[in-house]
Design a protein around this ligand. Structure first.
Ligand SMILES: [Zn+2]
Length: 144
């Protein structure tokens, strides 16, 4: 994404494009479902003076503006810039999160009764990511 496209995205969400916001936006686009620490590490590498408090503040603004959603798995929070309905797959070794597209043919139907107001729905798949599979294979190859 070019800088001008990032500026336009922020403006369309009603936000001024400050250098700090552009850095956090870049981290959200480059990293797959980062947590706040990963966003901070990515952003601070480009702007040494950035504080963790600023990153939290920017994330809050982005969330209020509807640019990102928070995900919570195993008590940890992650940020997702993709806002259309989708699910996730999580690596049980390294914790990496990837997107899973929904297939309307296998869509689940919610019918527990009328007392519920359903606001969101998500499905978590779990497994071993390609990187962890590769490192297991190379470890096994090293073993005499
Ligand atoms: Zn996602």
């Amino acid at each position: 994404m070019s800088i001008s496209a990032a500026v336009r995205l922020l403006q369309s969400a009603g936000l001024k494009a400050t250098p700090q916001r552009l850095l956090v936006l870049d981290a959200l686009r480059q990293l797959s479902h980062p947590d706040v620490d990963a966003i901070f590490r990515h952003a601070v590498a480009h702007h040494a003076g950035l504080s963790l408090a600023t990153v939290y503040h920017v994330l809050e603004k982005f969330e209020q503006a509807g640019l990102i959603v928070q995900l919570e798995f195993n008590g940890r929070r992650y940020y997702d810039i993709r806002r259309d309905a989708h699910d996730h797959v999580r690596c049980r070794r390294c914790g990496r999160l990837d997107d899973v597209n929904r297939d309307p043919r296998t869509h689940l139907v919610f019918t527990p009764g009328s007392a519920w107001v359903v606001e969101s729905q998500s499905l978590l798949w779990e497994g071993v990511c390609p990187d962890c599979q590769a490192s297991t294979m190379s470890r096994e190859a090293d073993t005499p």
